[in-house]
Design a protein around this ligand. Structure first.
Ligand code: G3H
Ligand code: 13P
Ligand code: NA
Ligand code: ZN
Length: 328
């Protein structure tokens, strides 16, 4: 069944594991996640960005999620709005069957500039009050995603840089986190620790200088009962870069968030781990391989099936590594 996210996060906290939250835009991605969950006996968080909702259309998305719930009646599934930019966006998600929403008030609604604390509290509290009445969970965000290597923040869509900020302005401040959770009543808090969206996070394997896992520990000490969320948590495996480049792709060498760093986070209160890029890369590599090795093929099933299979492999690996396998 579709369930509120709070239910899964509480269970994860009680049993010391983390949950991957995978982004989706189409049927094959939902199928890959559900097959991975069924194989590993994992609870599921599926999330759709605003761009995903626009691409797939809310009605298709809602019915695809209902199909997943129907096909897998024993698996608890959360349908989550990723990076909602306003109370209106969050309410329209709820109206379309989402059981959880993120109000990302860390940026202005147009994504252009970091927002101030009072704006963030205002919009987030508005969403919490409305969502909780409807049995829906809420994730908030405090701090600015963006690479500490370049000193730049980024827009919530991951496609543009805002003005350069210092390390400390980018990272979530533990004092402010404590206030924010008290002021808003969010079910989960996304924190900024030096990760960014997309494939190009770090130019070498990240050290503690650029990936501030110690911040998570500090925030968890202040807020031991708050469920923490890591965004920009794709690991960008070398193997997936190599497959894409072997079959005609042109990705520059890059580094993501190592799985073992995420596992450290899970020891310190991280309960939701957002992963999109790794699945995008798995799909693209598989499709490129079919196109390059069997250029005579033109039935979409000939490349979408291996693509779905490769995404499923990534999902199984993350579900297992984060500890959610075995809990559905
Ligand atoms: O927030 C970032 C997610 O990877 C979703 O990306 O906005 O391109 O759908 P998107
Ligand atoms: P990645 O780009 O690292 O997969 O992050 C996804 C994300 O944070 C979605 O909100
Ligand atoms: Na932010
Ligand atoms: Zn994100």
């Amino acid at each position: 069944p579709l369930v509120p996210m709070r239910l899964l996060l509480d269970h994860a906290a009680e049993n010391d594991y983390g949950l991957a939250a995978f982004n989706v835009n189409n049927m094959e991605q939902i199928q890959a996640i559900m097959e991975a969950a069924a194989e590993t006996n994992s609870p599921v968080i599926v999330q759709a960005s605003r761009g995903a909702r626009k691409y797939s259309q809310d009605n298709y998305l809602r019915h695809l999620m209902l199909a997943a719930a129907e096909l897998y009646p024993t698996i608890p599934i959360v349908m989550h709005q990723d990076h909602g930019n306003s109370p209106d966006t969050c309410q329209s998600a709820i109206d379309n069957g989402f059981t959880s929403v993120m109000m990302d008030g860390s940026l202005q609604a147009d994504g252009s500039t970091p927002a101030d604390y009072d704006y963030n509290v205002g919009v987030t509290k508005t969403v919490v009050d409305a969502a909780h009445k409807q049995g829906v969970s809420v994730e908030g965000e405090l701090g600015c995603l963006g690479s500490l290597e370049t000193g730049g923040g980024e827009q919530e869509d991951g496609h543009g840089a805002t003005e350069a900020l210092s390390h400390d302005q980018l990272l979530t401040d533990p004092d402010e986190a404590e206030r924010f959770v008290a002021d808003t009543g969010v079910d989960a808090l996304a924190v900024a620790i030096g990760t960014s969206h997309g494939a190009y996070k770090f130019t070498k394997k990240p050290t503690g200088e650029v990936l501030a896992m110690d911040r998570i520990e500090e925030i968890h000490k202040r807020l031991p009962n708050c469920h923490l969320v890591m965004h920009g948590s794709s690991s960008v495996p070398q193997e997936l870069q190599d497959i894409i480049n072997e079959y005609g792709g042109e990705m520059k060498q890059t580094y993501g968030v190592p799985v073992e760093e995420i596992q450290k986070g899970i020891k310190h209160g991280v309960r939701k781990v957002n992963v999109d890029t790794d699945n995008r890369m798995a799909i693209t590599g598989a499709i490129r391989k079919v196109f390059a090795t069997t250029p005579e093929k033109f039935d979409p099933r000939d490349y979408l099936k291996p693509a779905r299979e490769k995404m499923k492999e990534v999902c199984i690996a993350r579900m297992t590594a984060f500890g959610q396998a075995g809990w559905a």
